[in-house]
Design a protein around this ligand. Sequence first.
Ligand SMILES: [Zn+2]
Length: 359
Amino acid sequence: MAFRYRLDTFQDEALKDMLATFDEARAEILREINAKLDTMSDFRKERLSALLEYTDEVTAGIRKELGGKYAEMSATVATPAMVETASALSVGGLSKVAVSMVELSPTQLRAFFQSTPLGGRLIDRWVDASFDATVQRELRKAINTGIVQGEGYAKLNRRALQKAAENGINLARRESITLTRTFVSAANTEARDMMFRQNRDIIKGYVWQTMGDNLVCQLCLPLHGREFKLGEGPEQPRHPSCRCVKRPVTLTFREMGIDMDEFNQELDRWVVRGKVGKDGELIVKNIDVGGRNEILKISRAATAEEWLKSLSPAELRSTTLGQTRISMLEQGSIELKHLLRPDFSYRTIKELEVIANAR
Ligand SMILES: [Zn+2]
């Protein structure tokens, strides 16, 4: 948890840097597009297609810069993540079983993240896709809907194109917030995985650990506390902005030469985040677009189910579960684990009803 907090702080700093890059890029891209528009006497389709290609060239530089920054950021996260994992594996240095470190220089780490798919895609591909899906798409939309076609209205056309470009950049900027969060999590997970693989003699598997709050999504909450063998279980991060981590399951204290019993039942710290609105409902911000939700309440529970039982109706409504699932869970007609199919994908309400009826 303490390390996750450090990651969040790091994320905030990385975000500031990333967004500053975007704000510089926006001015540059708009300047370039304007310069190009100056050379255009009419807005026929061929001309506009050429503009699209040109935009692609203009954004290539910024995409490369962002890709480099994401890789750098991932490498920076990886080192403390490995050190933290080593400390956990050695039980703060008490263990008699040696923990072996992954020896990668910062340059090697950067190269590793640049050449390893995170969430199924290489960093550069992510950046390209986010730009293509936004700046280019907005421009294409403006061109294809005919707003900017025709030989007259050059001024109007120009404004429409500028607006489309600006809109696209703003969307890409928003997406960058999600990408930054996701890459920090992915780098953390990759670094831990490398350490786990390196220390197979100590590690038996891992436990899926969510952030333990009401923002945890329906895909992850049912996995909280579930144990997997190394290399098994769903990919982590499981979705954009996923904050879950893998907690290693190690040899017992005595097996590690520490003369101590295992800790009794472990209690997780669970928190409720948000703000109480005038109507008593909890207001939870979408953290994908930046910022943080304040902690309202801290409680301890051994399982996600136990924690859900301790929540007030308004707190329950602030979770991502939705009223139907909450009711089914409250009535005991389904359990949290039923929310996911055996392949860990999401079950529909209809499927859940079938399960409830069969129980
Ligand atoms: Zn998650």
